[in-house]
Design a binder for this molecule. Structure first.
Ligand SMILES: [Fe+2]
Ligand SMILES: [Fe+2]
Length: 184
């Protein structure tokens, strides 16, 4: 699209959000690698799937900008933070990152509101809703670890959390699903 319908300020915050979503994906990737290296394959799998979601969010912002005639800017993604030192810290960091992301989304909504750019305002409402879900999933992780004993959570409890977060598609297939080509 050649004619740009996005103002300078809206372009700036959308570009920032695009980068934030890409950064979030990198953070989840790095945490997934860390969790795997600690032996928590289920938590790693969960974080990996989440990294894909963040990348989809990035693409969503990018495509919207192009649809409105803008030219999104792809910038260098900052390095992810240090590895967490425990699952407890990992889950708390996840919430922290999600709250930061929510603030980025709100900045976009505010800019769209100020410019009376209702198309962008409306587009961003999907992200407002999505962030409620994202924060809920992060709060749920914290509930799980708190019930398990918080920072003192015993290995047995972490094992259960790890199993619970494993991808459903990764679950053992049932005998009913067996076929001649793919026996269980
Ligand atoms: Fe996101
Ligand atoms: Fe997120």
């Amino acid at each position: 699209m050649k004619t740009n319908r996005l103002s300078e300020s809206v372009t700036q915050v959308l570009n920032k959000q695009l980068l934030m979503e890409a950064h979030a994906a990198q953070i989840y990737l790095s945490y997934a690698i860390w969790a795997d290296s600690e032996g928590y394959d289920g938590i790693s799998d969960f974080l990996l799937r989440h990294a894909d979601e963040e990348r989809d969010h990035m693409t969503k912002v990018m495509q919207y900008m192009m649809l409105r005639g803008g030219k999104p800017k792809i910038e260098a993604i900052p390095a992810p933070p240090e590895d967490p030192t425990s699952i407890y810290e990992c889950f708390h960091k996840v919430l922290e990152h999600e709250v930061n992301n929510t603030n980025g989304v709100y900045n976009c909504v505010n800019a769209a509101f100020e410019e009376k750019d209702w198309a962008t305002w409306n587009f961003m409402q999907w992200f407002v809703k999505e962030q409620v879900e994202e924060e809920t999933f992060a709060l749920d992780l914290i509930d799980k670890i708190e019930i398990a004993g918080g920072v003192e959570a015993p290995k047995a409890a972490l094992y259960i959390i790890n199993q619970e977060l494993m991808s459903k598609s990764g679950e053992a297939p049932s005998a009913e699903d067996a076929t001649a080509d793919s026996p269980v």
